[in-house]
Design a protein around this ligand. Sequence first.
Ligand code: HEM
Length: 378
Amino acid sequence: AGAVPFHGEHQAGITTPAQDRLHFVAFDVITKDRDRLVAMLQEWTAAAARMTGGKDAGVIGAVGGMPEAPPDDTGEALGLPPSQLTLTVGFGATLFRDAQGRDRFGIAGRRPAALADLPHFAGDALRPEISGGDLCVQACANDPQVAVHAIRNLARIGMGVVSVRWSQLGFGRTSSTSRDQATPRNLFGFKDGTANLKAEDAGLLREQLWAQPEDGADWMTGGSYLVTRKIRMQIETWDRSSLAEQEQIVGRTKGSGAPLGRRDEFDEPDFAAKGDDGQPVIAVDSHVRLAHPTQNDGARLLRRGYNYVDGSDGLGRLDAGLFFMAYQRDPRRQFVPIQTRLARNDAMNEYLRHVSSGLFACPPGVRDAADWWGRTLF
Ligand code: HEM
């Protein structure tokens, strides 16, 4: 039930051991006034520092103020512990230049090359109204009420400056981001997050997760790029496929999560191994083969996704899937080539549909009480 430190070199909520719950929100900025946007980011930062510490969003609090005024906190987290709440902010490409080509805030020249629009991938069925956004905030916590409270209060503080474009709730983290955590399962029933970048991999994090000074956008040094994909799962169809077929599609066993042909979850997959029938033990179109660094010039991701169930679809099926989130140093060398390969050949595609997409530049950490989200950019 503890608190995760808000201040640091990097933003919390990336290598922080993945919490169990998510409320993710993307905002459109509705003002053209740069000073108002900056003032809101400063207010957001102060509120985020307070809320992640288990306090009310405002200094007065939900019930301490004048009876005539709306409270500076909405109150539903009163009495709840911090619950490892982390709040992580990111900036979308449209903040730098909007859909009409306007540079509303005088920052078009500071758009990092790595924040390049994602290409269309085979099979994409993206819905624009739940994709993109000028700003995003990822709230993760071990209590869903705490995560929702944080997003609600940021939206309240931002009234007149931002409006909510889309948001997503998630449960049951589908990745571990630290070696101390047991690997959780996604809604296909498979362990997810076995071969993930983890907090302990210092060298790999420098190489694959954090933007570096030589990457060309100084203000992003120590930050990271977030790709979000809402991936609907055809779970009813999946549930009618055989266990052997499911394991062939993933390339791992459903029980222990070991690569096919190996014994333990963390054994390295042997992609050269052939079965008695002469066929590769791990199929050529299996998910883990196609996504593995050896197939992608060494590229890795820090995956930090969540399961979702958004009710049902009116056709007798659950509207369920994976809200995929992955952090990386440069999507052009990591998410894009991996997803290009998966979109073309992954046997899992038969059961998947990508319905939303987002790409955000998440700046470095807030250093201290005088620092604020976006200071290095504005
Ligand atoms: C590995 C499931 C989408 C990239 C895995 C594993 C599972 C899995 C079960 C094996 C366990 C592990 O190492 O974590 C899924 C499901 C998806 C999905 C159900 C969609 C609903 C994606 C997407 C990407 C991706 C969109 C990136 C473009 C990876 C990577 C690995 C992996 C990089 C590790 C491969 C390795 O190094 O062995 N995924 N995945 N996955 N997945 Fe996915």
